[in-house]
Design a protein around this ligand. Structure first.
Ligand code: NDP
Length: 395
């Protein structure tokens, strides 16, 4: 039924390739392309059915256009980095092909991500009769869908949302990031930001924190961060009075991060080194383990969910809706750790719903703008079952 081109053969791209390969009726033909062909080969060799592979530099729209014309996909799934979003969207527009990604655009020279440049493509995509589905990983992605499901099924009004992302796993390295190190460190070293009573509030990086007893994991400290889905959910969930995003970090991780920041290794501006400009964070990325390499010895679980409060039938209601994912089980299934898995599975589901015609739309969409029911059903089938706890009795 559908031909799909996956761009980016890292941790997430590998999971997407595995999960698409598991659904041959929907994904009849798969091409995995990336900057380094060797990484595509490694993933291809893990699969039980043949796929095509290709080398592409997705920073160059003309190269992506050439590849699209050759492979003729119905959808391009961008699992490369946020830097490539605009170039790949541009290539999709030129060739009239649907687009999906898992992280919003940010320019390399400034750690400031926003949907604005991608939303600006709305009219162009609509005119071409194609769809761009933005941020279809777990957070963003499933976090947006959980909010849309709560709005549709659980509440008359939603007043507050706390998105909580806990990785209770151990990978055995002194310091590693679970998704692309450069993107991850840029995200968490920014000022925190949340939305309350009609305006944005900012906090010093990693200064606001509290603890929560995560089902399946236990009590963990979590830190307030700005995260991209806040930008679209504030727009799309009407009546919202507050929305925040929290992520857990262990003491060892924070100590490493503090030292790296203090010595300047998280800087994103070039510094001259032996006569050549070097971006310290890019150099650091080259030293750190790749996310795709972490899976083998990873133990423990993730718990990512939304704590949502509001009103149903005139009474206060509070729910926690979440998924628990086991690192070792992910590795057994698709040779990846749970952070790549929880991102790649929703991307596959989003592509599936577009390709099989369940999600129809022309233009540029965030996940909460589409019907959450078929997506929620597929999460249970494809490896990310969810649990909804009524916590209305809690303060
Ligand atoms: P990785 O670093 O493991 O993989 C990124 C891949 O993209 C690498 O294979 C890299 O190639 C490739 N790539 C980079 N630049 C280009 C380019 N110009 N052309 C072609 N390929 C390129 O990262 P992850 O797999 O961990 O993350 C992938 C994306 O998923 C990121 O954008 C991340 O922010 C997002 N993400 C989203 C989450 C969510 O829940 N929504 C959670 C986790 C991640 P090479 O190996 O040659 O460098």
């Amino acid at each position: 039924m559908g031909r799909v081109l996956i761009i980016g053969a890292g941790g997430v791209g590998g999971v997407v390739a595995h999960k698409c390969a598991q659904a041959p009726k929907v994904f009849t033909d798969i091409c995995l392309a990336s900057r380094t062909l060797e990484k595509c080969k490694r993933i291809k060799n893990q699969l039980r059915r043949p796929i095509s592979i290709a080398q592409v530099d997705a920073d160059r729209p003309a190269e992506v256009v050439r590849l699209i014309r050759k492979f003729r996909p119905e959808m391009v799934m961008n699992t490369a980095l946020p830097y490539q979003d605009i170039a790949i969207m541009e290539a999709c527009l030129r060739t009239s092909v649907n687009y999906l990604d898992t992280a919003n655009y940010e320019p390399p020279g400034e750690a400031k991500y926003s949907y604005k440049r991608q939303w600006a493509y709305k009219v162009k995509f609509r005119r071409k009769g194609i769809m761009a589905l933005l941020g279809c990983g777990f957070d963003p992605g499933v976090s947006n869908i959980f909010c849309a499901y709560a709005r549709k099924r659980c509440f008359d009004e939603i007043h507050s949302v706390d998105i909580m992302d806990c990785n209770g796993g151990e990978h055995g390295h002194p310091f590693a990031t679970n998704f692309n190190p450069e993107i991850n460190i840029r995200e968490i070293t920014q000022r925190g930001k949340y939305w309350e009573n009609g305006r944005w509030h900012t906090t010093d990086p990693l200064s606001a924190h509290k603890s929560f007893d995560f089902p399946g994991i236990g009590r963990r400290d979590m830190y307030l961060l700005y995260h991209e889905e806040l930008e679209s959910l504030v727009k799309n969930i009407r009546g919202l009075k507050r929305i925040r995003f929290w992520m857990t970090f262990g003491e060892q991780y924070l100590t490493h991060l503090r030292v790296l920041r203090n010595v300047g290794m998280t800087r994103i501006d070039p510094v001259m080194f032996e006569g050549r400009p070097v971006v310290p964070l890019r150099f650091l990325k080259a030293l750190l383990p790749e996310p795709a390499s972490l899976g083998k010895n990873y133990k423990g679980k993730t718990n990512i969910g939304c704590m949502i409060e509001g009103v149903k039938d005139g009474r206060r209601r509070k729910i926690y809706i979440y998924n628990i994912c086991d690192h070792a089980a992910c590795y057994r299934e698709v040779r990846a750790q749970a952070v790549s898995y929880t991102t790649g599975v929703p991307a596959m589901i989003g592509a599936m719903l577009v390709l099989n015609g369940t999600w129809k739309g022309r233009g540029v969409f965030n996940a909460e703008e589409l019907d959450p029911d078929p997506f929620m059903a597929k999460l249970n089938i494809h490896g990310l079952p969810w649990i909804l706890e009524d916590r209305s009795n809690e303060a």
